[in-house]
Design a protein around this ligand. Structure first.
Ligand code: URA
Length: 446
């Protein structure tokens, strides 16, 4: 049996651990045979010294096999999933999963909750009245077979080592490590049974990776581990300096997703651009499109002809959600606006910038996220932006609508949003949203 202190010292001093030692460590920690204080020391050593390729593969594999690994090979089709590293207004999964399924590629998706200032797909889905995300593995398989799409949360059976390690990293300052993030993400994604993966690696002040060089390294690491585990993978680096789309918050993002699923793209062209780029890759990897570009065209058609919307409704119905509210989402009685934010006097010209991190933080305070782990999430809290960078603005124009049940703090919220905006007399230069694509060991700039 390896000596835990020796393993910690080896990593602390910049050495490399043998794959079997790492596997043993993860297994022993998962079974409470190694205490939190020793695992914390190991995580900090790994955070500072890094992990090489063999160590990352072994760590991922050990975390993956700490729980159930789904085998979906008896279900027809090449299954493909997408993972986003997290952003503000990032509701892409809600549109993408039913869209790709409607085009013939099954999507088995296990999603997470909001983290810090970023939103989580699970919280967004659960804002739909009645919708359940805690399906059993058997129900997950059945729905995937029948509908080609299923979206659930991480169960106790999937990668339990990650659950434990993630909670420990969260309180020991060891989250922002590329190898640890990659092993954490992939231990869950490889467990869900997808044959291929697409990563949306967010980059900018609203993302966990603020520097492009770090985001590129994370993308290379994710694709590298997935490929070595036998899953073809592609990563897109996408800009996350400004919120994606116009809605931020759980139900507001569902409402915006429904517009996209019905083919109404006005004012949300950025959201559609990212969604179609990722859909194109998934349809290509899933074998129904000759190229990613051909996949984008197939996906656009499924958004505009209503197939994606129908598939979304079928998924909501199958998971116990109320589909009637999806027909006229703006009439939901508990989603009344609390107030507006208007452009002050003296502001004339254009919106020059809007800080995604500040908007994400505000959404948390409005009730859409958790300030501490135990906080309940208010499903309808959030905001809708009526002015984004590049839009003209004049005094009194409505910049945003706020949704919150914390109405006693409305004035603070209005000030906070105003502080996230910058204005200028001339329009800002256009910023690319799709920054670069990484596949087969090469970067390509679109
Ligand atoms: N998301 C994860 O699943 N794990 C991390 O470590 C960071 C983001």
């Amino acid at each position: 049996m390896p000596d835990v202190v020796e393993l910690i010292i080896t990593k602390r001093d910049g050495g490399h651990l043998a794959p079997n030692d790492l596997r043993w460590l993860v297994q022993a920690y998962t079974h409470d045979e190694v205490p939190d204080y020793q695992m914390s020391a190991f995580l900090m050593a790994a955070f500072i010294r890094g992990l090489n390729e063999a160590e990352m593969d072994a760590l991922t594999d050990a975390m993956l096999h700490s729980g159930r690994v789904l085998d979906l090979s008896d279900l027809p089709g090449r299954k493909v999933d997408k993972h986003s590293t997290g952003g503000v207004g990032d509701k892409v999964s809600l549109i993408l999963a039913p869209l790709v399924a409607a085009c013939g590629v099954p999507v088995p998706m296990i999603s997470g909750r909001g983290l810090g200032h970023t939103g989580g797909t699970l919280d967004k889905l659960e804002s739909i009245p009645g919708l359940r995300t805690d399906l059993s593995i058997e129900a997950f398989r059945r729905q995937l077979r029948e509908l080609g799409v299923v979206m659930i949360g991480q169960t106790d059976e999937i990668a339990p080592a990650d659950r434990k390690l993630y909670a420990l990293r969260d309180v020991t300052g060891t989250i922002e490590s590329i190898p640890l993030i990659a092993a954490s993400i992939l231990s869950k994604k490889l467990a869900e049974g997808a044959d291929a993966l697409v990563f949306d690696v967010k980059c900018g002040r609203g993302a966990f990776m603020q520097q492009e060089a770090d985001a590129r390294r994370l993308a290379e690491t994710l694709v590298g581990i997935a490929t070595r585990a036998g899953r073809p993978a592609v990563a897109w680096l996408t800009d996350m300096n400004v919120p994606l789309g116009r809605a931020v918050g759980n139900w507001p993002e569902v409402v915006e997703s429904l517009r996209a699923l019905r083919g109404d793209f006005e004012g949300i062209e950025d959201l559609i651009e990212v969604t179609l780029a990722l859909a194109g890759e998934m349809l290509w990897l899933g074998g129904v499109a000759e190229t990613p570009e051909a996949g984008r065209r197939l996906a656009r058609a499924a958004l505009t002809d209503g197939r994606a919307f129908e598939r979304f409704c079928a998924m909501v119905r199958a998971q116990g959600g109320d589909v009637r509210v999806l027909e006229r989402p703006e009439t939901r009685p508990d989603a009344e606006p609390a107030g507006e934010v208007r452009a002050p006097d003296g502001i004339r010209g254009y919106v020059a910038d809007l800080d995604a991190r500040a908007v994400g933080r505000l959404a948390v305070h409005l009730g859409a996220g958790r300030r501490v782990k135990e906080d309940p999430v208010d499903p309808t809290a959030g905001l809708v932006l009526h002015r984004k960078p590049g839009d003209p603005v004049a005094p009194g124009d409505v910049l945003a609508t706020l949704y919150t049940h914390r109405r006693d703090r409305l004035e603070d919220f209005q000030q906070a949003l105003l502080a996230a905006y910058r204005f200028a007399e001339t329009p800002p230069p256009a910023r690319p949203l799709l920054l670069a694509r990484y596949a087969e060991g090469r970067w390509r700039t679109p």
